[in-house]
Design a protein. Structure first.
Length: 338
């Protein structure tokens, strides 16, 4: 398959987070001939039952090309026109998987060795695959992580601080609100205080941002709510200590904060000749923790259409990404040999 055909084949396999097994099996089968023909090996790294990371390598891996196999919902199949391939994960990140595989194929055909492919589960939820890979490294000195950056090397990416905010009250008949205590009122007051918190900014990454993603609670319109909760997410640009302290003060006496996950902001390096950018989204790079080497972040497609019903990737960027990944592997292998 060419890179466009492979992208569509991968997009057409539903792999919403927790359901990555089928696309993992497909990739194992697809890579098997490349491993057999060029003396490579393929490993399934079990993360939990029916979920595994896939690592394929040719020689001792100096450089690892890596991205994720899972997607966000809802699933929808691929289509294409002269300019774009459409479908869930076209740019985030199955087009990237296809480009990385084709870059490796080109390198192998040219007689190159010393690199690997690492495809992980769970990036879209909690980076479970990357955290697992961090405790089972394979000696790589550089990891090129694929996310949609429009084929520009990201010099930095924001982190994530996610909380559940839970408020408790007392049920009563809504005709007699004085006999109850509204958890929803408490939650709304807590969220209003949270919205007023001044968040840090960074010269490279810009300002931290806050999103109140979900709100739920209560029993019925004529019942004073005894429980209510919300989920909030802050995009971190640096140390989270002051933000955590401000959040705790904001909800004091009104609600309880339950930390779900924290992923720090990341800073990466550039390579000569490759344009650069800065991104606001979060990646698996912090979860790898340096275990797979110095990180680089680059991939085809725009994050602005990822996670939407208009998700797509430009064919020209896919073809360009194959060459970018090939050049990066060669340059980094050369750097490591000095």
């Amino acid at each position: 398959m060419d890179v466009f055909e492979l992208t569509r084949a991968l997009v057409d396999i539903e792999s919403i987070t927790l359901n990555e097994e089928r696309v993992g099996n497909y990739l194992c089968d697809y890579l098997a001939p490349l491993a057999a023909r060029y003396g490579g090996k393929i490993e399934r790294m079990e993360v939990e039952p029916r979920r595994f990371n896939l690592f394929a390598s040719w020689g001792e891996p100096v450089v690892t090309l890596s991205t994720h196999m899972d997607t966000v919902p809802p699933f929808f199949q691929s289509s294409e026109d002269e300019t774009y391939i459409y479908g869930r994960a076209a740019c985030d990140a199955k087009g990237i998987i296809a480009a990385m595989i084709h870059a490796v194929q080109n390198l192998l055909e040219a007689g190159e060795r010393g690199f690997g492919l690492l495809f992980v589960v769970g990036e879209e939820r909690n980076s479970a695959g990357a955290y697992h890979a961090a405790v089972t490294p394979r000696g790589s000195r550089y990891i090129v992580n694929g996310e949609p950056t429009e084929n520009k090397l990201a010099l930095g990416s924001k982190g994530v601080l996610r909380y559940e905010v839970a408020a408790a009250g007392k049920m009563a008949h809504s005709a007699y609100p004085e006999l109850g205590e509204s958890a929803i009122d408490k939650l709304l007051d807590a969220l209003e205080r949270i919205r007023r918190i001044p968040l840090p900014a960074d010269p490279l990454l810009g300002a931290s941002t806050l999103n109140i993603g979900t709100i739920s609670g209560g029993r019925a319109p004529n019942v004073i709510a005894d429980e209510a909760r919300a989920e909030i997410l802050i995009r971190l640009v640096g140390d989270s200590t002051s933000t955590k302290e401000a959040l705790a003060a904001a909800v004091a006496g009104l609600a309880e904060l339950r930390e779900v996950i924290e992923i720090p902001a990341a800073r990466m390096n550039a390579l000569d000749g490759v344009p650069t950018t800065v991104v606001a989204f979060t990646t698996d790079i912090p979860a790898f923790g340096g275990a797979w080497g110095e990180p680089f972040l680059i991939g085809p497609g725009s994050i602005h259409v990822a996670h939407t019903l208009e998700e797509r990737v430009e064919k020209a960027q896919l073809a360009e990404a194959v060459e970018i990944y090939r050049r990066m592997v060669k340059e980094l292998c050369k750097r490591a040999s000095k």
